[in-house]
Design a protein around this ligand. Structure first.
Ligand code: A2P
Length: 318
């Protein structure tokens, strides 16, 4: 489903991935969602240490592989990410090993730096929160992520991660990373949907052989800041879906795949998990109609300063 994208190191990554963010809380929900997704044909799972549900991703994958002996671990592409407070080189390694234990796998296909912001851990590896209720920022590692990247490179060289990359990085951050990287980042995973089309960043990534990966391809559930607009209620987008006898989600996934990057729709609902994997193809006219909705939108949805109390590249914020 969705074809394969070739990473700069030669590894193939399925263009359609399954997002596991927020499949948490209800015990067993992530296990069921991952099992349903694998049964529906997804072969790419997007995980993170921070989602606190990798044990269920692991058990869901295990159960699927046990009941489908013709399918092997190597047929599934698994990504995980290191959270902000674990950017110190030793902690990067600890984080991946903790994820591997929970995921019940000897390696991941991709390991990403989740955000370009480093913060401090507590001794028990939980996130350290300051008196202001925000993350305690590690400015040195935020401003110079080279030690963190060296740790990522070492895990790549040890074969514990078959590819390495970043998430939520801007062009400026990538430029700096590329200036010292011995192993180039294979991907940059960012929020992309018609209200956040990221055209310049996508063009930049492709020009550097970095594959963009879209999270929240369905528009997240958020409103455009300062408005009451939502992707899910946009009339032009709904018209394209109706015309194709498709769901809006299917049309949004098709738009992303056609733009050439990987998309990671997330759902915990079995019917939506399955229908999101039933790919539709867009006519040129419908593709252009969605491009028109996307045109000139620049809003960054996640405000790093509000979320983490710090912004690495404030001049690139919307
Ligand atoms: P649910 O898990 O109940 O299906 P995004 O990845 O853009 O943030 O979107 C994820 C959200 O979209 C989740 O809340 C998910 O809810 C919902 N969602 C996933 N697939 C569909 C679909 N086909 N139609 C409507 N909502 C969907």
């Amino acid at each position: 489903t969705g074809g394969l994208l070739k990473l700069s190191n030669g590894l193939s990554m399925p263009a359609l991935g399954f997002g596991t963010f927020a499949s948490e809380g209800n015990k067993g929900e992530t296990h069921r969602a991952v099992l349903t997704a694998l049964e529906a044909g997804y072969r790419h799972l997007d995980c993170a240490w921070f989602y606190l549900n990798e044990d269920e991703v692991g058990s869901g994958t295990r159960e699927f592989l046990a009941s489908n002996p013709s399918i092997k671990r190597s047929d599934i592409f698994i990504t995980t990410k290191v959270w902000n407070h674990l950017h110190a080189p030793k902690d990067v390694e600890w984080s991946l090993k903790d994820s591997l234990k929970n995921l019940q796998t000897p390696y991941v296909d991709q390991f990403l730096i989740h955000w370009p912001i480093a913060s401090e851990p507590n001794p028990d590896k939980t996130v350290k929160i300051g008196p202001d209720g925000k993350y305690v920022i590690n400015k040195a590692l935020t401003e110079n992520p080279e030690p963190t990247w060296r740790a990522m490179e070492s895990l790549y060289e040890q074969g514990l991660a078959k590819s390495i990359g970043v998430s939520n990085w801007t062009e400026k951050g990538l430029e700096s990373l590329l200036s010292f990287a011995k192993v180039k980042p294979a991907v940059n995973q960012v929020e992309i949907h018609p209200f956040l089309p990221q055209q310049e960043l996508i063009d930049y990534c492709f020009s550097k052989s970095i594959i963009p990966v879209a999270y929240s391809p369905l528009g997240s559930q958020n409103q455009v800041p300062g408005t009451n607009e939502k992707v899910s209620t946009n009339k032009e987008l709904l018209a394209v879906a109706a015309k194709n006898h498709a769901t809006l989600a299917q049309v949004l996934i098709a738009w992303g795949l056609r733009r050439g990057y990987a998309v990671l729709p997330k759902s915990s609902n079995p019917e939506r998990i399955r229908s999101n994997a039933q790919l539709v193809s867009l006519s040129d006219e419908d593709f252009e109609a969605i491009n028109m909705v996307a045109d000139h939108r620049k809003t960054r949805f996640v405000n790093m300063k509000d979320t983490f109390g710090y912004d690495v590249w404030p001049e690139e914020s919307a």
